[in-house]
Design a binder for this molecule. Structure first.
Ligand SMILES: [Zn+2]
Length: 382
């Protein structure tokens, strides 16, 4: 099975390299915006046709020749992807790129052979901790201390300057992975919620960490401060960077926590069932918009992590219909108790069979059973 992975390193450019990186950001953005405007006026064209036109543009704007030409072509292909996503309604109409947002450019890996020797314009050396990048040469990196090389074939790399003013490089790699399907021996159903982020059918809970509320006050204060400052003044940018740092902290923390949960679940179980999260009735609950957005993102991120990790470990991951009333059905007798819609009821006795149900565990058990019903002939599993 071919899989795609990204390795993200912190990047430490020298002053000279930093200037060139910024020039490349600028030029890639210019090309992107130029062709966005061009297509708005002259109609949409294939990326290859625009790449041809780029040669003319480079004659007109000499400075485009100073930077990595691959990066400029990648901009054109990114724009094409933007249009594709728009047409299949996955995203909005492509927007002009701004100088003040997170900056990035992508460049593709080109390999060649000369006199029997192999060359590549992107190479990662984890022993000396350098990455070779087109035009930039060797740039210092940090990350993946426990690895001595990256497996697989490098496809491209993206150079990023975050709003925190830190530089990163993300290297995409294609790897051929031998995956053997695991014979299922253990099953788990997973209920996702706001109070407990995850409740598994065997009763394990992962709490929704209070990391956001920890920073919420500080964020609010900084945002108020920002709104009073003169736009794009030195102090304004300073406050903006502070805000970006806090967001980055929350993001990193969540990423780490979600990976930890997904790893534990996938390592310990062979069949994993969750709900398909399009609409969840718990969002009718009054939740602060801020928390809701983050939880939304966490749920889908967690599910995609579980999906991905199951795939590369040969395990089975299933989603069940969102509208399945997992919390209303008694997992012992199957009786549907509509009163349980009320989210304040955490535990109850089933009016039909009398068994004591914990709301979340009962829900995760139902998710498990429904997943099995949909994907397996129950008698074939013992
Ligand atoms: Zn019952």
């Amino acid at each position: 099975m071919k899989i795609y992975k990204a390795y993200k390193f912190r990047l430490y450019p020298t002053e000279e390299q930093r200037i060139l990186i910024h020039k490349t950001f600028g030029c890639s953005r210019f090309v992107y915006n130029y062709y966005l405007n061009y297509q708005k006026e002259k109609g949409i064209q294939k990326a290859y046709a625009l790449c041809k036109d780029l040669k003319e543009l480079e004659k007109e704007y000499e400075y485009l020749k100073e930077v990595d030409s691959c990066a400029l072509r990648c901009s054109i292909f990114d724009l094409e992807d933007g249009y594709k996503n728009f047409f299949v309604k996955r995203s909005n109409y492509p927007k002009f790129k701004s100088k003040f947002a997170r900056q990035s450019y992508r460049t593709s890996c080109i390999k060649s052979t000369y006199k029997g020797k192999k060359y590549s314009n992107i190479e990662v050396d984890l022993l000396t901790r350098f990455i070779k990048l087109p035009k930039l040469g060797k740039v210092k990196i940090r990350g993946y201390r426990n690895k001595d090389k990256i497996e697989g074939k490098i496809i491209n790399s993206t150079i990023i300057k975050e709003t925190t003013n830190k530089y990163y490089v993300s290297v995409s790699v294609e790897e051929d992975l031998l995956v053997e399907n695991v014979t299922p021996r253990s099953i788990v159903g997973i209920d996702l919620g706001l109070k407990d982020l995850v409740v598994t059918s065997d009763g394990v809970k992962y709490v929704n960490e209070k990391i956001i509320s920890k920073y919420e006050k500080r964020l609010k204060r900084l945002q108020r401060k920002l709104s009073r400052q003169v736009k794009v003044s030195k102090n304004y940018l300073k406050t903006k960077e502070k805000i970006a740092r806090i967001y980055a902290k929350i993001r990193n923390y969540r990423k780490h926590y979600l990976n930890y949960i997904a790893n534990e679940i996938v390592n310990e179980h062979d069949i994993i069932v969750t709900e398909d999260l399009k609409v969840k009735d718990m969002f009718k609950e009054k939740v602060k918009a801020f928390n809701k957005r983050l939880s939304d993102a966490s749920f889908s991120k967690l599910c995609s992590l579980i999906e991905w990790k199951s795939k590369i470990k040969g395990k089975h991951y299933y989603k069940i219909d969102t509208y399945y009333p997992s919390s209303q059905i008694c997992s012992y007798c199957g009786y549907r108790n509509k009163n349980i819609k009320d989210l304040s009821i955490r535990e109850y006795n089933c009016p039909k069979c009398g068994s004591h149900n914990n709301r979340d565990i009962n829900a995760s058990l139902n998710i498990l059973l429904e997943g099995l019903k949909l994907h397996y002939n129950l008698e074939s599993i013992v």
